[in-house]
Design a protein around this ligand. Sequence first.
Ligand SMILES: *[C@@H]1O[C@H](CO)[C@@H](O)[C@H](O)[C@H]1NC(C)=O
Ligand SMILES: *[C@@H]1O[C@H](CO)[C@@H](O)[C@H](O)[C@H]1NC(C)=O
Length: 331
Amino acid sequence: MKSLATALALIAPVQAGLRFPCSTLTFQRLDPVVEPGALPAAHLHHIVGGNAFNATMEGDVGERATCTTCQMSEDFSNYWTATLYFKHPTNGSYHRVPVLPVQPLLGGSQGAQGGLTVYYSQFDLSRDNLKQQPIKAFPPGFRMTVGSPTRSSTPQVGLRYQCLQGQNRGREMPDFPTTPCSGGIFVTQHFPACWDGKNLDSPDHQSHMYNTIRLDGFTNAPACPSSHPIRVPQVAYETVWDTSKFNSMWPSGTPNPFVWSFEGTSGFGNHADYMFGWKGDSLQRAMDKSECFYDGCGSIKKQAMNIASQCTVPEMVKEETVGWLTKLPGR
Ligand SMILES: *[C@@H]1O[C@H](CO)[C@@H](O)[C@H](O)[C@H]1NC(C)=O
Ligand SMILES: *[C@@H]1O[C@H](CO)[C@@H](O)[C@H](O)[C@H]1NC(C)=O
């Protein structure tokens, strides 16, 4: 383990916004936003967050959940993405790719298991600019998605891949890496920052939100339009898919053998789902705190990641998802 000073140096000069790890809660074929009630849903997801996660989720999730895999212990939200699989280039069998916590972890977050890192930024990663731009936390019942599994050609800003060589992340790319990544494939999803202020959801789970983001990375989103005037936290996820043990089965010069769990061979199908579940006004308190540093905001509670990692949900879709499979779950 590197010293904290070294870890901080790697990410300096970051001083605004929440950033925290969440351990893996479950891998299941459930999607309470896009396919509420479906047991099972169409494709496998990697899910983190609170234990109120279920096939159907309505109302105040933060009041119902009793534990969370996230470091911020009042955050019972759920965060999920499709799952990455390795498709064997010669025999066609699939194997689920494991996840690793995003490095560096800070502030007592060792003990994270798999999972993903969540960001709620007010402006960008070095300023909060709260005087210029107040941020309104999401209300109970709020949900949204970004990206789409059916997108197969045009890239979307904020949905990116990086080919990790050790801890070196390299450049952001709109599609899957085309050569092996010794440290795994790093996937980022940025959500829109503008809300219509009325609807907790919309038929496509996206049109109640408006994406003004034109640049990749953790930049401030341009001003919100009058149709979607309410500025909400800029939510982003980062996941490290540990592809390293499959690299020796990827013959040099052949196409990328990794696929998303909806049989997505194009990286443009990158997408993510969000279900708000912070307890009471805890997220609003965190967003109102100026110079709130990265891993914590004084006014909100944290837990040790070895405690967070103990939070579980029952296996609701009882199926094998990890060993060598002749087809993807649900396909
Ligand atoms: C999930 O929902 C079902 C049906 O409403 C319910 O019986 C079950 O207790 C819920 N599970 C959890 C973990 O909340
Ligand atoms: C495909 O190859 C993997 C790795 O060698 C092996 O474990 C798996 O059983 C093979 N699948 C089939 C259907 O032979």
